[in-house]
Design a protein around this ligand. Structure first.
Ligand code: 26Q
Length: 822
């Protein structure tokens, strides 16, 4: 291990420079005089890859030779962002590359900006998967990420007259130097068709699935470089291809179009990421995506297992742990049963035991509209044999386990059944996941408690030990070291450079929290980061903002429960206060948003439009003397987050209590010294515990108070008539003040609060939020107090390092051992 470190350390900028030039010439067919920016980026990445691929081979060889137990992280989403800068940092080559490029007259920051984000995810769940595979590699744990090689990741967002427009994301247009196609590991996956019931030679009933179509899965491997570069794991992503031998009959009989259509349909599977989060679309293609990548991945795992264990299944669950990232890959459970029972001829009980020992399930949401269900009709069409297997899993579960605990209780049986009876019968993927898993975890303490008490109370009564918590975390390599180099260097200088892999060390910064010199250094860096963001804001929106104003940032998907519209109400109230009293004493503030709305989510898109319209008006209103600015940065994504987070003073975490499972942006912002204004929801509760009550601003109803208010009957009109500011601001939406000549364009927002019933209690929390914002301002005026709080946020965020999350998974769920790669 030491040897590698030294070998990498030994590469001189000169050697790195020569390697870049070599790749420009022989890999990309150009030279230093005519290379495009993309060619420079590609060549630099190729130079870096020489180290990556070497460690990748070593890692795979070692894991194979030692026959290690491994975790397989199944996820429809991996929101990786850019890889070049991250891999350079993790290999300890960033400074070397920087020097090499400087000699070539290239600025490394401009170069890494050439890379498209690998945006194969929607938001928190996908980014969590990316942080987790970074931690797994850093901690030298044997792990593989499995997912889909989408041709198009999450859409690119543009604004046209303030409205969101979606454009396709083509992240691979200029190539992806990091991925390797592995045609030697292609898998064939059956779908559709029918099931034949037969008797075998022994007179036993057997089922034979006659698929209607076979799809080819082609794996692409993306190396996952651990910090220090010792372990390089892989993220294996499946691309769907048509099997070219399939419909030649149709083709030859003149049906070119029909044969072609089937090809196109097969290749559609990995075409595009579904842009919905927290809502279940119920689309056939989505179910096929889920099955396709689970089936490919299980075959891949089994092929690898058999290389060491032949047909002896007895060690399977000792070698293989599969983690299901939400219910999206839950179809893997009946698929493994099918392989064991139908293909390996194993008896049911033995197969079921293996399944239950293999899988664990992470829940990321309590929102009823986000709980996945598939119609039985669709299931039968796409996966007829899996439906039968699900019925059998369900029958045995209800007849033995449920009946033993609650004899004859049909009400409980219908609640716990995998099948929901009703107008249209549905398969409940959550119930399937709980029943088929070894462990079920939520993603923050409060969320995990609600998973037990509100979502799955009967399952919890049946199997108390099955339910656990693993609080989320984020990788400090990307979210501090790489994105905030100036602060990282200050931290290195103050507490040493071991903090990226040792979460305890940052705590030592607390000794400096009151040190005037350190406070100045820390706040100077914050200011410089704000200056840098100011330029980005100007480029993206043409709005001028003052870096000495408070930078107040809300970045996350657009959702009613996340309450960007509560933030908007408060901005409008501030604006109104300023108009009524232009000399009002107020610290200038810039409210900065970043958010994508699901393309079909009407109200979310209306909220984006409303924020943009209010921004237009406020930013151009001379009367308020620049005290208030509002900017909505288009196309929020990982690489933009990396520029925004280091520049934040205030972090908006204002979801209705009980709705945000955890949040992870809250962690990134606090780590970079932003003060949180937040509700007691998700991980905010634990963040407040860690950083201390005096270093966050908490407001709003608690989970219990939300429940009580809803039970008693919440009436938003009470707040409308009870608070003149709320009334005035809501009425403003009906005028043409923000949309000249077009009154009513923003009325849907007002309606959501009143006739719509304000399901997320914005009006109930408004006053408390407004008080919280005053508290923020008062804190900010106390420069020393603010600096102290910001420093203590950085110092006390160690718990939210994703290495700690992974250690919790290892201890509570996976029982994995690390493996040194020589
Ligand atoms: C489901 C069915 C059909 C199409 C899409 C989906 C779908 C896709 C993505 C449903 C949900 C998601 C993503 C959910 C998500 O990101 N949840 C967030 O997970 C984070 C990591 O645990 C938490 O921190 C956030 O609180 C949670 O909202």
């Amino acid at each position: 291990a030491k040897e590698t470190e030294m070998a990498i350390g030994k590469i001189t900028p000169k050697q790195f420079k020569e390697s870049i030039i070599k790749h420009l010439n022989s890999t990309f067919g150009t030279d230093i005089n005519k290379a495009s920016k993309k060619a420079w980026w590609n060549a630099t990445s190729a130079a870096l890859n020489e180290f990556v691929y070497d460690r990748l081979s070593q890692t795979q060889k070692t894991h194979f030779e030692k026959d290690t137990r491994a975790v397989h992280y199944f996820s429809l989403e991996f929101l990786m962002g850019r890889l070049t800068g991250n891999n350079l940092h993790n290999l300890g080559l960033f400074e070397t590359a920087k020097k090499a490029l400087t000699e070539l007259d290239i600025d490394i920051n401009t170069l890494v900006d050439e890379e498209e984000d690998m945006a194969l995810g929607n938001g928190g769940l996908g980014r969590l998967a990316a942080c987790f595979i970074d931690s797994l590699a850093t901690m030298e744990l044997p792990a593989i990420g499995y997912g889909i090689h989408y041709e198009h990741g999450l859409f690119r967002q543009e604004f046209k007259d303030g409205h969101q427009i979606e454009r396709p994301d083509s992240w691979r247009e200029y190539g992806n130097p990091f991925e390797i196609r592995r045609p030697e590991s292609i898998q064939d996956i059956p779908v559709y068709g029918y099931v034949e019931t037969k008797f075998n030679d022994a007179g036993k009933v057997v089922k034979e699935w006659h698929p209607g179509r076979i799809i080819k899965g082609v794996p692409w491997d993306v190396p996952v470089v651990g910090y220090s570069g010792k372990t390089v794991n892989v993220l294996r992503l499946w691309e769907s291809r048509a099997t070219n031998f399939f419909n030649w009959d149709v083709f030859n009989s003149g049906g070119y179009h029909d044969a072609h259509k089937e090809n196109v349909e097969s290749e559609t599977i990995s075409k595009v990421l579904y842009p919905n989060d927290e809502t279940d679309a119920g689309k056939e293609l989505r179910l096929i995506q889920q099955y396709f990548f689970c089936a490919c991945s299980l075959k891949d795992i089994i092929r690898r297992y058999k290389r060491a264990h032949a047909d002896d299944w007895s060690n399977f669950s000792a070698q293989v742990a599969v983690q299901l990232n939400d219910t999206h890959p839950a179809i893997a459970i009946p698929e493994l049963m099918r392989i064991l029972v139908d293909r390996a001829d194993m008896d049911w009980d033995q197969a079921w035991k293996i399944c239950r020992e293999t899988f664990s399930y992470t829940n990321h949401t309590l929102l009823p509209e986000a709980l996945e269900k598939w119609s039985v009709r669709l299931f039968e069409k796409v996966l007829p044999r899996h439906l039968e297997i699900i019925y059998e899993i369900n029958r045995r579960f209800l007849e033995s386990e449920v009946d033993a605990k609650w004899p004859g209780d049909n009400a409980i049986k219908s609640k716990l059944s995998i099948i929901e009876e009703g107008h249209e019968r549905m398969v409940r993927m959550g119930n399937l996941s709980v029943i088929g898993s070894n462990k079920v975890n939520g993603v923050a303490e409060v969320h995990s408690a609600l998973v037990k008490s509100d979502l799955f109370p009967e399952f919890n009564a049946l199997w108390t030990d099955k339910f656990t918590n693993v609080t989320n975390g984020v990788t400090p390599r990307r979210w501090l070291k790489a994105c905030n180099p100036a602060l990282s260097k200050l931290i290195d200088k103050t507490v040493g450079d071991q903090w990226p892999t040792n979460q305890e060390i940052l705590r030592d910064l607390d000794k400096k929290a009151d040190d005037a010199k350190f406070q100045k250094a820390y706040m100077d860096i914050k200011h410089e980061n704000k200056v840098a963001l100011t330029k980005v804001i100007k480029e993206l929106t043409d709005v001028d903002v003052d870096p000495s104003a408070i930078f107040d940032i809300q970045i996350k998907r657009l959702h009613e429960y996340k309450r960007q519209h509560l933030n908007l109400l408060h901005i409008m109230a501030l604006y109104r206060r300023l108009l009524q009293n232009p000399t009002m004493d107020m610290v200038p503030r810039v409210f900065i948003f970043g958010a994508k709305a699901a393309p079909g989510y009407k109200l979310a898109k209306d909220i984006i439009y409303a924020i943009n319209k209010v921004a237009d008006k406020v930013n151009n209103d001379e009367r308020i003397g620049g005290k208030l600015k509002v900017v909505f940065l288009p196309n929020y994504r990982v690489s933009l987050a990396e520029k925004m987070i280091p520049a934040a003073d205030v972090s908006e975490q204002i979801s209705t209590a009980g709705k945000e499972a955890s949040g992870t942006g809250n962690m990134k912002l606090a780590l970079n010294g932003a003060i949180t204004i937040g509700t007691l929801d998700g991980a905010n509760i634990e963040i407040a515990e860690e950083v201390g009550e005096e270093n966050v601003v908490i407001f709003g109803l608690t989970v219990d108070e939300v429940k009580a208010l809803k039970k008693q009957g919440y009436n938003p009109w009470d707040y409308y008539y009870g608070n003149e500011e709320i009334k005035a601001v809501l009425d403003w939406f009906d005028t043409d003040y923000f949309t000249p000549g077009k009154p009513g364009e923003l009325s849907s927002i007002k309606n959501s609060f009143l006739d719509g019933g304000d399901p997320y209690l914005c009006l109930a929390d408004f006053e408390s939020y407004s008080e919280g914002q005053k508290e923020i301002e008062a804190k900010y005026k106390d420069k020393k107090g603010w600096a102290r709080s910001a420093i203590l946020n950085t110092a006390y965020m160690g718990k939210f390092n994703s290495d700690r999350s992974i250690q919790d998974y290892v201890d509570r769920i996976w029982k994995l051992k690390s493996c040194t790669v020589k």
